[in-house]
Design a protein around this ligand. Structure first.
Ligand code: SAM
Ligand code: SF4
Ligand code: SF4
Length: 342
């Protein structure tokens, strides 16, 4: 993403942060039940999912994105739940691509990517991030809790690269004593692959993943582990406010990233808004609530009215959760990650 100067009509929030990125959750459903995100049972209950009529249509999503572009949105990431379970996602991608001027990406668990990568690329998708937490098939199945083999995600990554969705980013959430033994095997596997592996600290999103600080493997520890086996050196960020800190292997085997949302928060540069599948705008991943743009849209509002609503919401934003996180804030009511897509 570029750091183009902002046109005068673009809002900044209470901490002078512009709106640049929009994460759009296209569904709250998922074909996985990752134990750190959407555990099969929460407090003995099962998830209840949104009804189809409550989910934004592709036309509604495309309209919102078009209205938000002049407010500063330059990058759109489609997410979920699992975005590839939403039928005919390529139609939405085609509609967004035809708006022009957007960096258009998607985050997926990869299980359905092998069959869809080329179609998504042909529709106008530019890049893809695949979430993959281990290469160990038994651990992978344990983590997704639906017995999908790790090979399906690896095939998805290969298909994405072959379709030209490069560089493929691979996101690995590291949780202590669950998959921390996979850090080095993952680093080795993706060295010299052209893909960018990014390690993510386990976060206290939502209210169902039983987060404890002890479960977090700090980015510094992850880097030390990789560096001891394959020496690293720091790289410049691609653009100001980039979430991942970049490192490259000294022997030229490629780059990795670390997203240290817990131990080195980056709220100061946070330019992201999130749109849930039912059309609520959230100004922080850890927000307790959002503001329904679906209601605004469906009340017959004009583009200018929608834009003013978002301008006002963004102008009032003071979120900086990760900078004030504590054992107390971890228990506050927060939206589920599967609802707004990480
Ligand atoms: N289903 C897609 C996927 O898994 O890539 C997209 C949605 S998922 C909610 C987006 C990202 O959030 C994934 O990379 C996932 O690993 C990450 N994630 C989920 N729960 C997390 C947690 N508690 N801490 C850190 N990352 C988390
Ligand atoms: Fe796992 Fe993504 Fe589904 Fe959450 S939304 S359960 S991280 S695949
Ligand atoms: Fe942005 Fe909220 Fe995350 Fe801070 S905690 S980086 S404000 S999403």
């Amino acid at each position: 993403m570029s750091g183009n100067p902002l046109p005068p009509s673009t809002p900044v929030d209470q901490l002078q942060r512009p709106l640049r990125d929009l994460r759009v959750s296209v569904t709250d459903r998922c074909n996985f039940r990752c134990i750190y995100c959407m555990p099969r049972e929460i407090f003995g209950r099962r998830y209840t999912f949104l009804e189809h009529k409550d989910i934004l249509t592709f036309e509604e999503i495309a309209r919102l994105v078009r209205v938000l572009q002049p407010l500063g949105v330059q990058k759109v990431r489609l997410t979920g739940g699992e975005p590839l379970v939403r039928k005919h996602l390529e139609r939405l991608i085609g509609m967004l691509a035809s708006l022009g001027g957007l960096d258009l990406t998607l985050t997926t668990n990869g299980a359905l990517l092998a069959s869809q990568a080329k179609m998504l690329r042909d529709a106008g998708l530019q890049r893809v991030t695949v979430s993959l937490d281990t290469l160990d098939d038994a651990v992978f199945r344990q983590m997704n809790d639906v017995d999908v083999p790790v090979q399906s995600a690896l095939d998805g990554i290969d298909a994405a690269a072959a379709a030209g969705l490069n560089p493929v980013k691979v996101n690995m959430v590291v949780k202590r004593e669950l998959n921390d033994a996979s850090v080095l095997p993952m680093a080795r596997h993706f060295r010299n692959s052209g893909h960018i592996l990014r390690f993510i600290e386990f976060m206290d999103v939502g209210q169902t993943n039983g987060w404890r600080m002890d479960d977090v493997v700090p980015a510094s520890e992850i880097l030390a582990m990789v560096h001891a086996a394959h020496p690293l050196e720091p790289m410049e960020p691609n653009y100001p406010g980039e979430v991942a800190r970049r490192w490259r292997y000294r022997d030229g085997a490629g780059e990795i990233g670390v997203i240290a949302s817990v131990t080195q928060p980056f709220c100061r540069g946070c330019t992201r808004a999130r749109l849930s599948a039912d059309g609520s705008l959230y100004t922080c991943l850890f927000a307790g609530g959002g503001h329904s743009l679906r209601d605004v849209l469906r009340s017959g509002a004009s583009d200018e009215e929608i834009a003013s609503t978002v301008r006002a919401l963004w102008g009032g934003r003071g979120d900086r959760y990760s900078e004030i996180r504590s054992s107390e804030t971890a228990n506050l009511p927060k939206v589920e990650m599967s609802f707004i897509g990480g």
